[in-house]
Structures are given as structure tokens and as C-alpha cells.
Write a protein that binds this ligand. Sequence first.
Ligand SMILES: Cc1cc2nc3c(=O)[nH]c(=O)nc-3n(C[C@H](O)[C@H](O)[C@H](O)COP(=O)(O)O)c2cc1C
Length: 175
Amino acid sequence: MRMVPKLMALRSACILYESLSGNTAQLSMFIHQILEYDGAHVKRMPLQSFLDLSIADAEEVIQQYESLFIGTYTDDAHLPPEPVEELMETYAFPDKQIAAFGTGDTQWGETYCLAAHTVAKHYQSPYPVLEIEQMPARSDEKKIDNWLEAIDNEQTHGKSSDYGPGKSGAVHRHY
Ligand SMILES: Cc1cc2nc3c(=O)[nH]c(=O)nc-3n(C[C@H](O)[C@H](O)[C@H](O)COP(=O)(O)O)c2cc1C
């Protein structure tokens, strides 16, 4: 964990995540921790809990946050899991700054973390997509940190500064 808070624009965020075996849930927790450390107002919930809300209640939750982070694994059809499809079909989130993150397995080659990219494309996210291989570790923190800083930079200055793939190449823009 870095010693000095850095994020300027990312003041409030809702994190929705879909996770089957826990990897994406763990990643959402790391993102949550870093944002909170920087003093942001953060809510994190499993996607299904969000979808179980009435549309009115869901909108009431979302309207409290400027940014929306959506996390997903990629499933066996290389597509977003069903709840993620449902989210995209149901909610447009026109006023939100949306960023996508995902966990995947590089053994799947070109479809590595494809679902997270599908989410980013669907919501026309201007931000890079965070890709983490399987279960995130503390050693991934720098990569997550860089990703959040790139989003923060984009929100502050309208650009992603010198952000690029990390050492392991785990973060890419695919579009
Ligand atoms: C049948 C199957 C198919 C998968 N297909 C892909 C894939 O196309 N791309 C990818 O990046 N990962 C793929 N994965 C790996 C998962 O996305 C990865 O393990 C992910 O971290 C699981 O997240 P979770 O623990 O949050 O459920 C696949 C896994 C399984 C079991």
C-alpha cells in the first residue's frame, strides 16, 4: 500500500463485481481498499445483489457515486457471465464514469479477460481495462494502483498520462 494518497478526481465509486470462484471478488476488494485509502466514498457489492434490487432502489444506490467500476471473469463461452449480460441489458448508466476490470487466464489467449473488455466497449468506457491473471496477489497492487491513477488522470485532465501495460503486460486497451 502506498504511503501518500494520490487520487484527486476519484472521490466516490460503486464497485459491482461478478465472481464464481473468488478471483474477481478478491480483485474488487483490493480496488476498494486502495480507493478508501485515498479517502474516496466507496460501496462494493456482488452484481447479483445489485440486480436483485428494484430498478428504483438500484438507481438510488448508483446516484450516490460518480464512478462505477464493473468487474467480471470471462466464462467458458468467452462471454460475460449472465448477470453481466443482464446488467448491460437493463442499465445504461448515462451519467456515470464507468471503468471495467476483470480476472482471467492467459492460457485462453485472445479471449483473455474478454468479458471485461466487452463491458468496457458496451458502456463506451474511456478508461483502460484492468486485467489480472487469476487470483490477485499483493504483488498486483502496483498494477491496480497504476490503473486507478490512469482513470483519475483521465478524469482530472482528460488523458491517461503515460499509463501503459505493467511489467507483466496485464493491463491493456483493446480498442
Ligand atoms: C471453462 C472455463 C472457461 C474459461 N474461459 C476463459 C476465457 O475465455 N478467457 C479468460 O481470460 N479466462 C477464462 N477462464 C478463466 C476464468 O475467467 C478465471 O479463472 C477467472 O479468474 C475466474 O474468476 P472468478 O474466480 O472471479 O470466478 C475460463 C475458466 C473456465 C473454468
